[in-house]
Design a protein around this ligand. Sequence first.
Ligand SMILES: Cc1cc2nc3c(=O)[nH]c(=O)nc-3n(C[C@H](O)[C@H](O)[C@H](O)COP(=O)(O)OP(=O)(O)OC[C@H]3O[C@@H](n4cnc5c(N)ncnc54)[C@H](O)[C@@H]3O)c2cc1C
Length: 403
Amino acid sequence: MLTKTRDLRTGRSVWQDKRPPRFPRHEITGDTQADVVVIGAGISGAMQADALSTADFDVLVVDRRGPVRGSTPASTALLQYEIDQPLTKLTRQIGEDAAIRAWRRSRLALDSLAARIQELSIARVARRDSLYLAGDVLDADALAREHEARRHAGLETALLNADMLKERFGIERPAALLGYDNLEADPVMLAAGFLRAALARGARLAWPVEIVDLDTKPRSVSLRTREGHRIRCRHLVFATGYELPFGMLPRGHKVLSTWALATVPQTRRLWPECCFIWEASDPYLYLRSTRDGRVICGGEDEDFVDEDKRDALVERKTAAIRRKLGELLPQLSTEVDYAWTGTFGTSETGLPTLGPMPDLRNCWAVMGFGGNGITYSRIGAEIVRAGLLGKADPDAEIYAFRS
Ligand SMILES: Cc1cc2nc3c(=O)[nH]c(=O)nc-3n(C[C@H](O)[C@H](O)[C@H](O)COP(=O)(O)OP(=O)(O)OC[C@H]3O[C@@H](n4cnc5c(N)ncnc54)[C@H](O)[C@@H]3O)c2cc1C
């Protein structure tokens, strides 16, 4: 076994009511080769395949489940440049220069992602502002310092006091930061769109294909599938989400459990501007709306991965999320149409691990841990593409593997 197998999600997410996307399947019937093999056909693997196929690499994507059947369909898909770790806190952890670069890189990545989606016309996305409410991680004073730090970094943000917040959004909290121009998407459509774009450029997608072993050579990697076929490639990319390669959990990273729900459609009751809302708290509640007027709300994270224990808590966690949602926005209906739970990841700094793997020549990893997993998938695609083209990414060091 090369990567851990997990029960990644349980319950039905709001994205799973549509017919699952279909793709032409590449059959692996014997030994084969490619310039790059990407393990994992979720949103991370899809973005890799798109980025690498535009650089004329011959890409083979493999997945043991099938395309977009890992944790991607569980995502609530608030695509934000604001990362989980406030800039003021990240500055204390990694220094001001690196912290500002990390925040700016997320902003850039989100804008590049939006541009790429538009260029390929692969999915309908909406631009959304985001409200970050004072909580137990940052109170109103700390939020004011965060505001200054972000503006100093060139990231325009508005500081709202209690009166402004009440008047504009009907929310009763001591303060909030308003960030601009995030992205609201359907993660399944997004991943499917990137995969299709790559396939149209000649990439291949094979499933169910499980990679169970690998052997690295100076200029190549040799892989073995569960069926015993060999795949030889120049480069290997692990885009395996929370199913990490054994023994490869980077320092400070943790795998845990999270819960989410989607309400009944209620377009008329939604809050003004339908911005993303999240709290400067730990754990935090977060919410967004959907095109058909539902509210998606999640949080209640717990520091364990036992899937039976996680699944047994669905009812209790759903009730807790409903209660908090009703307290925050009393005009909403909290009647639930979808409730689900999934494996999730965090890191001490809120930053992911993206780049070459230590001791595994020609192998790269995209471990997009944290609530910004999809923004990080994009940064991962950019870093890996630059690396395989022999170019230096200016921020690679910030995301480098630390074991
Ligand atoms: C409830 C929830 C809410 C979230 N909300 C947000 C959010 O609002 N915003 C955000 O940006 N992120 C969010 N995330 C995080 C985001 O969804 C993840 O970062 C993202 O889905 C991970 O995608 P992936 O492609 O890396 O992994 P996956 O979708 O899990 O794909 C990995 C694939 O690798 C395959 N694989 C693993 N090992 C092997 C092997 N040995 N051989 C072959 N195939 C293999 C698996 O079968 C799987 O299909 C959320 C996550 C959850 C669970």
